[in-house]
Design a protein around this ligand. Sequence first.
Ligand code: SIN
Ligand code: FE2
Length: 213
Amino acid sequence: MDLFADLAAPAMQHIGAQALLLRGMALDRAGALLQALAHVQAQAPFRHMHTPGGRVMSVALTNCGGQGWISDRYGYRYSSVDPGTGQPWPAMPAVLAQLACEAAAEAGFDGFSPDACLINRYVPGARLSLHQDRDERDLNAPIVSVSLGMTATFLFGGHARTDRLQRWDLSHGDVLVWGGQDRLRYHGVLPLRDHAHPVVGRQRINFTLRKAG
Ligand code: SIN
Ligand code: FE2
């Protein structure tokens, strides 16, 4: 019986025509990812940004790579400079770029080379309201999302804000890719439930890798 081969293989699930959930794909690299995160946040600390509407986001963020996503009262955009330090964002760690490239290829997007990685940190109660990722110049490239720490409920909608929402739990080590005809689907994250993770503690870290420039 090939029972163990089946158990070892990451479970893949299509959650859209061009959206693939790769359960546990990042598990064997979680330690390296957390180390890379420590390095990034030492240079570019997490901070709570303001929305153009003047609210403070409950999610704290930082970035690595050539471009970083920022928000302030003038709007959402990418910047090559961390507005907090005036310095370029930390370089993209190889472990992240490599994982994103492999995950994208699994989902049928060969040659993905992200230049931007947004890192979101959720604590219990933090949430991300429904939105589309549309600040990137090249919408042909997919988005790769890597989750570590506490499990969150990801909302995956359609192309209209009012479309029905699917709910998917994203746990430590899960990787989600969406692109092509699913690239502009609305998505968000429900307020984080308070179940401490044994390794990462009372937080959830999400890396979203994109081609921004
Ligand atoms: C995002 O939409 O930028 C992040 C999604 C997530 O935290 O899973
Ligand atoms: Fe997003």
